[in-house]
Write a protein that binds this ligand. Structure first.
Ligand SMILES: [Zn+2]
Length: 370
């Protein structure tokens, strides 16, 4: 399971299965009579599938062949397991590793980590994770690296494959803390070392969530340096864009520049725009992504199937809207500042070095930092 790059078991959980003795069978598993959607975008086609071990070894008319287990998929769609590219199940899988809510929808690979990931954690971060998980009934949460987190997950028992990014938020919190300031060259070097260690442990790349503090305090140069540290491992830079409203196209340009300069592939989390008035910006952003001059490494984007609403944000996350520039420190600090009435003064200060265009009227959601 750990950092598995294998593609995925087939899903036919509702089909009926019958068993034969193992020694005489052509396959371990035969899935019969289903309509196969292979994930390449082609229309589905009627076909049977033969599996040996964890490999599909035959696709076609296989009804006359033998198998240890035969699954009747008549009337069902058969597809590779789905990949949840933005899984927030890092805590939940520790609470209940069966992952029933996702597996029953066909998800067999959870890509966890959006900016703030399970590791690396310094002692202060570790205490916060431990406290949060203790409240969920997980008493053995005692890891410092993502590899240790995945080991714990495996020891506790987990059904899906799990893979992870290393969070740009982790690197910043670990070394710089929650303040809104630029990392020094020494700090940036330490942050890159953390990324390199995570990549050597098997992370898929660097993830950032720039709509949240303190991730938003990282400037383009810092994010490029972190993404570049993942390049020797063919890392992917994946990001919740800095701004999904007025400055959507600037944010897309930033992601393109980071991936280009770091020489890694880029991907946008939940590609969308805020509000109906922003829809023209979506076309501009798509055009930027499809420009012929884009690097050969290419782009990808994931989307939320959600209908735009007038006077509203298309994002389902609406808690704690405040300008991110006003949010140095943890959520608790911000709440305390709000209580003293100092948030307004803070919000009207000139933006910090890394805030850039964030100091617009575009509200951002609550901090990703506990
Ligand atoms: Zn997000």
């Amino acid at each position: 399971m750990r950092y598995s790059r294998r593609l995925i078991a087939l899903i036919a959980t509702t089909a009926l299965a019958t068993a034969l003795p193992a020694h005489a069978a052509d396959f371990d598993v035969l899935i019969l009579g289903g309509r196969v959607y292979d994930g390449a975008g082609r229309p589905g086609r009627a076909a049977d599938i033969g599996i040996r071990g964890d490999r599909i070894t035959a696709i076609g008319r296989l009804r006359g062949r033998t198998a240890t287990t035969r699954i009747d998929a008549t009337g069902l769609a058969v597809a590779p397991g789905f990949i949840n590219m933005l899984s927030q199940a890092g805590d939940d899988l520790l609470v209940d590793g069966r992952s029933q809510s996702d597996i029953r929808q066909g998800v067999t690979l959870e890509m966890i980590g959006e900016g703030l990931t399970a590791g690396p954690l310094n002692p202060a971060m570790k205490m916060l994770f431990k406290g949060r998980l203790a409240r969920l009934g997980v008493r053995d949460a005692d890891w410092s690296t993502e590899a240790e987190y995945l080991d714990l997950l495996q020891r506790r028992g987990v059904s899906p494959n799990v893979a992870a990014f290393v969070g740009a938020t982790n690197a910043r919190l670990y070394v710089v803390g929650a303040d809104n300031r630029k990392a020094t060259p020494d700090e940036l070097a330490k942050m890159q070392d953390l990324v390199r260690q995570a990549m050597a442990d098997g992370a898929f790349g660097v993830s950032s969530a720039l709509g949240y503090a303190p991730a938003a305090f990282a400037d383009k140069a810092e994010l490029t340096a972190l993404a570049a540290a993942s390049a020797p491992w063919n890392g992917l830079y994946i990001s919740h864009l800095r701004d999904e409203g007025e400055h959507l196209t600037d944010s897309v340009d930033e992601l393109i520049a980071i991936a280009r300069d770091a020489k890694v592939k880029g991907e946008i989390y939940h590609f969308k725009v805020a509000g109906l008035s922003g829809l023209p910006k979506l076309n501009q952003a798509i055009a930027a992504l499809e420009r012929p001059a884009r690097p050969a490494s290419g782009w990808a984007r994931t989307c939320i199937p959600i209908r735009p609403r007038p006077r509203d944000w298309t994002s389902p996350c609406r808690s704690g809207f405040k300008p991110a520039v006003s949010r140095p420190g943890s959520t608790g600090c911000v709440i305390r500042r709000s209580g003293r009435g100092s948030l307004r003064r803070c919000a009207t200060r000139p933006p910090g070095p890394a805030a850039g265009w964030l100091r617009s009227d575009r509200p951002t959601t609550s901090s990703s930092w506990p």
